[in-house]
Design a protein around this ligand. Sequence first.
Ligand code: 3PG
Ligand code: MG
Length: 405
Amino acid sequence: MEADLRNLDVTGHKVIVRVDFNVPLDASFRVTDDTRIRGAIPTIKYLVDKGARVILLSHFERPLKSLLPNGEIDRVKFTLNHVVPSLSGLLGKKVDFFPDTIGDEVMRKVESLQNGDVLLLENTRFYAGEEKGDHDFAKQLAALGEFYVNDAFGAAHRAHASTSVIAENFDKKHKAFGFLMKSELDNAKQVLENPKRPFIAILGGAKVSDKILLIESLLDKADKIIIGGGMAYTFIRAQGGHTGKSLVEEDKLDLAIDLLKKAGKLGKTIELPSDSIAADRFAADAQFKNVPSHEIPDGWMGLDIGLTARFEYAAHLKGAGTILWNGPMGVFEMESFSHGTKAIAQAVADVTKTGTFSLIGGGDSVAAIHQSGLADSVSFISTGGGAMLELLEGKTLPGVAAILS
Ligand code: 3PG
Ligand code: MG
């Protein structure tokens, strides 16, 4: 296989591994969802077992966009040191941390590594050159090791110094995809290039405008698209429905009609929720009732798919060969409006048991699957939100292209 980590002769050598440890933390800086760290463990373990000297690079949040009042970086809040306990625990081995990313001291630290050691360097985004994709900064990062492995799928859509530009300093014998990256790409490929049919896409989230390219790409590839979440109401209004105070993107009504027409021409269907849970306010303790989605009363807003829609959507999923799910069916962070998303999560898990291949991509639907306790009941959960979205839209990810070129 091209760019296969197993083809690199890494024993005794310094290997830079770009991971995506941009993970959620609680108020005491403890990791609350370690999925991305877990995802990187097979690559790190493999390198440790091979006797490589592992140098981990990652970004964490956007520190340069949240500077302290004195204009300095908040090194307490944004240090990657926060992930070390979780990482060491999952790896079953002490990981060393160094509070900088480039420079002489870092180089000395790197030179002191023994075979099988793992060192995590500080947040790459403490340097402006990271997000700018600066070639000099990338070169300084590249000087840390003899090999470059990209396992940061979650950041593969960023053309940043450590995710993409750095790779120009390594020839094909010295760079590769990590195992997480490889598995993300293989799973997306299975859905996009060789789906078992019927292929049903479930799309949710607040806005149509975020999903236009995805819908267009899926109209070509999927057999049916099921819509939920706030974006449904732009379609319903476009069809002449009464949507009350529901979120509607007025400037996307024509686009919604075009997408429905395009689907018709291609002989595909875009399913909209026949009913909705409408609320009198956008609040967790709002009053709510189940109403037809085309007849949402004045002053009320659709915040979840309704009881009939859940039943109908679950029926559509039965017998699917492939399911791709991106985006929640309602405001699932509010208990009252989480049940549509949970019902779909359950339906996806149920059909997966009967042989359907199910890929869950996109941050919120992934969170919903975890909350429902069904993470082990679907075929593949992506660690990338934006990255998976762009991949499914048919884009080439800079982090991927850089390894292959
Ligand atoms: C993410 O969490 O989306 C990735 O880690 C990329 O981070 P970014 O959106 O801040 O570039
Ligand atoms: Mg992000």
